[in-house]
Design a protein. Structure first.
Ligand SMILES: [Zn+2]
Length: 359
């Protein structure tokens, strides 16, 4: 439930492929029949009179480009029409909370919620807390007022984060718990709250509502993957499509603090990996190495491309029932989850990871 990715919307991808400058229609070439692809066209070297020149080229058909990603994105855009919403939150700020970030939290949450106007049916204001590294005690007692951290799990987790991260502290979460949850930001006063964080956490609020507080039953690839999917969609709608690619690459690379090189996985290693991401954070889903975030995003893209937005919402809602989610998956998507992993999920993971470079 924790997003710490920083997306810099203005950072442009600078991967411009280098090609032979000379290849263009009418320019000289040296071997008849040879081909060269430049941009969106493939040129063929042809004889013209007694010269060899590149022809006018044919457009490269990129069937893989009408990709899972673009269909998924189009499906979100079609179904998630932003509508004005009333304020759905109750805000709590610690004594040292930075005013500018308070405003950012409020405007970004409101922006994010507009996309969920058709599905979010919570009527109670959802509690949002923002505290800095100096205000841990304030935060814990503020939760107590609403009995939001009954067993102290989140307090323990945040204390650990503070010890490890110090003035780089950057925690935010909607804890998966029975009954009311909350959104809390526990962020160093010297750091801005990352752009990607607020829409991502807002997705968890919607999940919490639609599952009737049973997000702890979701496989973590789904919980984190769809939070990334919709969160990235919303920041891309705001800052431009390129930001989606940036955020996706960052999500996919997030595993690299670990020691496993998932880009070298074969089919069966991927399958084993996916099964391990069916757990939750106290089980097999390893927060530390962040595997669920990138893998989950890719799986969520496939689901969004194939089934669309409404089915995704049906799938989320199914977690509110006392039904094994694997059965719900089959009922909604018409395929056994393990077969879907093997025939849809793994091929897409391998394809996407093959084209993503290291940082
Ligand atoms: Zn999350």
């Amino acid at each position: 439930m924790i997003a710490v990715l920083v997306v810099t919307p203005l950072l442009l991808s600078s991967q411009i492929s280098t090609t032979q400058a000379a290849v263009k229609a009418g320019a000289k070439c040296s071997k008849v029949g040879s081909k060269s692809t430049v941009g969106a066209k493939t040129f063929t070297c042809v004889k013209s009179g007694n010269k060899l020149v590149w022809d006018k080229g044919v457009k490269v058909i990129t069937t893989t480009k009408q990709s899972v990603q673009s269909i998924s994105y189009a499906n979100m855009k079609k179904s998630m029409l932003p509508k004005p919403v009333k304020n759905l939150f109750r805000y709590h700020y610690s004594p040292n909370a930075v005013k500018a970030y308070q405003e950012k939290i409020e405007s970004e949450l409101n922006y994010s919620m507009e996309y969920w106007a058709s599905v979010y049916d919570g009527t109670e204001p959802f509690n949002v807390f923002y505290a800095t590294e100096k205000d841990m005690d304030w935060l814990i007692s503020a939760w107590k007022t609403y009995n939001l951290d009954e067993y102290g799990y989140t307090a323990r987790e945040y204390k650990g984060r503070l010890e490890r991260e110090g003035n780089q502290l950057n925690a935010g979460s909607v804890p998966s718990q029975q009954g009311p949850s909350h959104l809390s930001f526990f962020v160093s006063s010297t750091r801005p709250i990352p752009d990607s964080m607020i829409p991502h956490e807002n997705v968890h609020i919607v999940q919490q509502q639609l599952t009737k507080s049973r997000t702890d039953q979701m496989p973590c690839w789904l919980r984190e993957g769809t939070a990334n999917l919709f969160g990235n969609f919303q920041i891309a709608e705001k800052y431009g499509l390129r930001v989606y690619d940036e955020a996706k690459r960052s999500d996919m690379n997030a595993y690299q603090s670990g020691s496993v090189e998932i880009r070298k996985f074969n089919d069966s290693e991927w399958f084993t990996h996916l099964k391990s991401l069916e757990g939750n954070f106290s089980g097999g889903c390893d927060y530390k190495y962040r595997f669920a975030y990138g893998t989950g995003l890719l799986l969520s893209e496939v689901l969004m491309a194939d089934g669309g937005f409404e089915k995704m919402m049906d799938f989320w809602r199914a977690f509110s029932l006392d039904v094994d989610w694997r059965k719900s998956f089959k009922d909604i998507y018409g395929i056994e989850i393990d077969i879907w992993y093997k025939t849809k999920g793994v091929p897409y993971l391998m394809q996407e990871y093959a084209r993503v470079k290291r940082y």
